[in-house]
Ligand binder design. Structure first.
Ligand code: COA
Length: 260
């Protein structure tokens, strides 16, 4: 287990790896160290005993209040470019995870915090959570994928409004625009996120991974996306789990998937 300073990472008996951003005094702001450690923690999910990931923030106030603004003073263009590229790479590793990743948004998800939630496959929000991309207030734009993932998730019109006004929105509003999948009482947040992971982990693992890959291909023009879908469908058909799933259905049994 790596020696993390800015986050906690623990795999429970059900195989859910919970990564908790742990800088509550700075509202879990994403400093360079935390971004690096997050990349390391996500790699921990490669081991067989991990079935999926929940990402949350420590304390009741924030999931993450964005990039650490104290590291911005004196930052020049070259540093800024490296910083954005590094954050984007870590967030893409989250998005590309073959195992489900669920954000449990326990409070402010602003700037990089909102971008982190969007890089996760699914988002559960506490009723008290707030979302926003306030970078324009600092003379910046979102740099960890926000200008790309927000329009894809909620449509260009509402994304433009959020990215240009920097306005914060409630969890309920985030639900209405499709930014989050569920809004739940704060006390239920982690359990609902865990159950999301466990439900998905009970399905055929290769089919889950292929679904995620096919969903990512929806960024491509439709004919290419459809080609990808057919190719991934074919890959699933070559798995033991496909044979097991079909036989179990026909025999009215519960399938026992082996992940190949
Ligand atoms: N980077 C670094 N530190 C941050 C931070 C960030 N993004 N967001 C909050 N903090 C720190 C504050 O400086 C403060 O530290 P201090 O106690 O040492 O003074 C602490 O977290 C608590 O924040 P505070 O502003 O006092 O809490 P609040 O309840 O009054 O306001 C927010 C909460 C989230 C509205 C406010 O902190 C905020 O606007 N943060 C910046 C959000 C942002 O612009 N993110 C995008 C960055 S690109």
């Amino acid at each position: 287990m790596p020696d993390f300073q800015t986050l906690l990472a623990e795999t429970d008996a059900d195989g859910v790896l919970t990564i908790t951003l742990n800088r509550p005094d700075a509202l879990n702001a994403l400093n360079k160290r935390l971004v690096g450690e997050l990349g390391q923690a996500v790699r921990m999910a490669r081991t067989e005993n991990v079935r999926g990931i929940v990402i949350t923030g420590s304390g009741e106030k924030a999931f993450a209040a964005g990039a650490d603004i104290s590291e911005f003073a004196g930052m020049e263009s070259l540093d800024a470019h490296r910083f954005a590229a590094r954050g984007q790479a870590v967030f893409s590793a989250i998005e590309n995870s073959p195992k489900p990743v669920v954000a449990a948004v326990n409070g402010f998800a602003l700037g990089g915090g909102c971008e982190l939630a969007m890089a996760c496959h699914l988002r559960v929000a506490a009723e008290t959570a707030q979302f926003g991309q306030p970078e324009v207030n600092l003379g910046l734009i979102a740099g960890f994928g926000g200008t790309q993932r927000l329009p894809r998730l909620v449509g260009r019109g509402i994304a433009t409004e959020l990215l240009l006004t920097g306005d914060r929105i409630s969890a309920q509003r985030a639900y209405e625009i499709g930014l989050v999948n569920r809004v739940v009482p704060a006390t239920d947040l982690i359990e609902v996120a865990r159950q999301f992971v466990l439900t998905i982990a009970s399905k055929a693992p290769v089919a889950v991974a292929m679904s995620l890959q096919a969903i990512r291909a929806s960024d491509l023009p439709l004919p290419q996306g459809l080609q990808q879908e057919a190719a991934l469908f074919a890959q699933c058909a070559g798995t033991e789990d496909f044979a097991e799933g079909v036989m179990a259905f026909l025999n009215r049994e519960t399938p026992e998937f082996v992940g190949r």
